[in-house]
Write a protein that binds this ligand. Structure first.
Ligand SMILES: [Zn+2]
Length: 357
């Protein structure tokens, strides 16, 4: 027997590897498909096709097409059906807990857009919360944000810089109505732009119908129509091929930001353009959008809001997913939290991408 063969045999005979220590898996992991709960075999807002997906809200980077089964809040069911077509979806109420393979799940208000939720996950005494997107201000159309106690908090931080400090939304809505009334006296039509899911309805809800008529772009009208069964809105008039300029002069037109620079905008006549977004807090973003009037109004928490939300959870661990993740996590570590960043495919809107949806 050669020395080599002897050592091989010796190894096989006497070398017994110690049993592999099972490393405790975290309750939620970040995988190539999305945020995964292995114990329940479900994903939260996955970005690749999976068999079972829990969905926080209807924006396209969180509710994607192709999953075999969707579970979400009742109010989000018509929204994702409208956006994704024929899907298998189950609706849940806020606070209603349900169990998958022994793991307890429940949806809680995120205050971001109608039907938006945070997802609470509990297993063997450990509690995690995934926020999706959220804001603390009451927008008048979404169930207001509720803090949920947890050990680990997975948070967005789209506006996770101290420069983002929102003023009271009522002031912004007042500003918008004043702008519309002033344009009207000058014979101008007011074109107000905001995302077609969430922002557009929030704007609509607070427009003053005593000033004039409210017209809509098709994309805005369709989404608003989906939400009319849940929310009371002022009357709107869809702009169609035969709509004449003189009908809309002095009135207000609600449209998605993508209309800027399009042929559609030309048929509106003499305009004053307004754009509502958190990014309008940046002067550079205002200039690039080339709008006449910028309204700083966001469906995401500002710096103080993010910190307030985190504190209210009583959590020890924070994972930042999209936005100013590294700066925000660094700040949290300095303040004593165990904070880190994980890569996801949630597209934090940026000053460059706000025109698309
Ligand atoms: Zn969103």
């Amino acid at each position: 027997m050669t020395y080599q063969r002897f050592t091989e045999k010796y190894k096989r005979t006497f070398f017994v590897p110690s049993p592999k220590r099972k490393r405790k898996m975290p309750l939620l992991e970040f995988t190539s498909k999305g945020i995964y709960c292995a114990a329940a075999d479900v994903y939260l807002d996955p970005w690749k096709k999976v068999s079972k997906a829990l969905i926080t809200h209807g924006h396209s980077d969180h509710a994607r097409w192709g999953h075999q089964q969707y579970i979400t809040h009742h109010d989000n069911v018509p929204i994702i059906r409208h956006r994704l077509g024929k899907i298998v979806v189950t609706g849940k109420a806020y606070g209603e807990s349900f169990t998958i393979n022994g793991v307890r799940f429940s949806f809680h208000p995120a205050g971001h857009v109608p039907g938006s939720s945070q997802i609470r996950v509990e297993h063997r005494g450990e509690i995690w919360v995934f926020t999706g997107d959220y804001k603390l201000d009451n927008d008048g159309i979404s169930t207001p944000f509720e803090a949920v106690r947890c050990h680990s908090f997975i948070t967005e931080c789209t506006f996770g810089l101290p420069v983002f400090d929102w003023q009271a939304p009522e002031r912004v809505h007042h500003e918008i109505n004043t702008w519309w009334a002033t344009n009207q006296t000058q014979g101008l039509t007011s074109l107000l732009m905001g995302y077609s899911l969430g922002k557009a309805q929030r704007l609509l809800k607070h427009l003053d119908p005593n000033i004039g008529k409210i017209f809509t772009h098709g994309a805005t009208e369709k989404m608003t129509d989906v939400l009319r069964s849940q929310i009371d809105f002022p009357e709107t008039h869809l702009i169609h091929r035969d709509t004449e300029k003189k009908e809309i002069t002095g009135q207000l037109v609600l449209a998605p930001p993508a209309v800027m620079g399009s042929a559609w905008i030309k048929k509106l006549g003499k305009l004053s353009t307004g754009y509502a977004s958190g990014w309008m807090a940046f002067r550079g973003a205002r200039r690039r959008r080339a709008v006449d009037k910028a309204f700083v109004l966001s469906d995401h928490a500002d710096w103080k809001g993010l910190l307030q939300a985190i504190e209210a959870t009583g959590c020890e661990n924070v994972i930042t997913t999209h936005g100013y993740t590294d700066i925000f996590a660094q700040y949290l570590r300095e303040k004593g939290w165990n904070a880190r960043t994980e890569k996801t495919q949630y597209e934090a809107e940026t000053p460059e991408t706000v025109l698309t949806e």
